[in-house]
Design a protein around this ligand. Structure first.
Ligand SMILES: C[S@@+](CC[C@H](N)C(=O)[O-])C[C@H]1O[C@@H](n2cnc3c(N)ncnc32)[C@H](O)[C@@H]1O
Length: 250
């Protein structure tokens, strides 16, 4: 059973019973696709991140040593499950998802782990939920490239403010367009590529910089178009793979 409780900030915290099977997986993917169709700039992907990319990104941090971990953009919970597997038994884990249907399905499946709070609110409000604590890690797959400048800036600013001085933000993106925005707030930034994801994913491990915040980065029309081009590329690749699979079966 999924329990909903409105918290004092007005967001929704969810707990659940940990169920999960193949049918549920398909249902979660359908909810994800539906969310993508309703809010393409906010969801920014047609299917969830691959297991390889999830592991590649989390390998850029040291989660078992962390005591406070935050996730931005839970989606179907592909990172959430893997983070819980790596997390210390005494750690606390806040997972933000703005789409109510996605938040509640993840809470249903994983929400009975006492370390996890699935929060149906924008990641911009992270500090309100930390109750004065700071995070060791923020793991984000929010599509910063396709978000309008305002939300992108406030999410990145909130992330930096919510991290410990030695904390890190682990970011997955489908292009490097976000890099100048990250460089305004974080340094050094370690970069890797996860080649087996479709499309290949760019990974960034961003340390909190002591330097003052750099000047605003101008927005470009290219950054607005890129996610759609990548989405089309990803969809094309999927159709190609499905056709090849169909031919082999015949
Ligand atoms: C590219 S999807 C990634 C989903 C999942 N983590 C994965 O990797 O498959 C981005 C997710 O971020 C969520 N999102 C976008 N803006 C958000 C915000 N301001 N606060 C919380 N979640 C947000 C979207 O609803 C979507 O589920």
């Amino acid at each position: 059973m999924c329990v909903r409780a409105t918290n004092r900030q007005g967001g929704i915290t969810l707990d659940g019973n940990g169920r999960g099977n193949l049918g549920d997986d398909l249902r979660r993917r359908m909810i994800f696709l539906r969310s993508m169709i309703s809010h393409p700039r906010r969801v920014g992907a047609v299917w969830p991140t691959s297991r390889w990319a999830v592991r590649d990104l989390l390998d850029m941090g040291d989660l078992p040593r962390a005591r406070t971990v935050v996730e931005f953009g839970v989606g179907t919970g592909v990172y959430t499950g893997e983070i819980l597997e790596r997390l210390h038994p005494d750690a606390s884990f806040l997972a933000f998802e703005i789409e109510p249907d996605l938040a509640s399905t993840v809470a249903e499946r994983l929400g009975n782990d006492p370390r996890l709070r699935v929060i149906n609110d924008s990641a911009e409000n992270v500090e309100e939920y930390l109750d004065g604590a700071k995070a060791d890690y923020i793991v984000s797959s929010i599509p910063f490239t396709s978000l309008p400048a305002g939300p992108r800036q406030s999410i990145l600013g909130a992330a930096r403010a919510a991290l410990k001085p030695d904390g890190k933000m682990l970011v997955l993106q489908y292009s490097t367009t976000v890099l100048p925005y990250l460089q305004r707030l974080f340094a050094p930034i370690e970069r890797r590529l996860s080649p087996l994801n479709i499309p290949p994913a760019f990974l960034f491990a961003c340390s909190v910089s002591e330097e003052p915040v750099r000047e605003e980065v101008p927005d470009s029309a290219e950054s607005d178009r890129l996610p759609y081009a990548l989405g089309a590329l990803a969809l094309g690749t999927l159709l190609f793979l499905l056709r090849r699979l169909g031919r082999r079966r015949r």
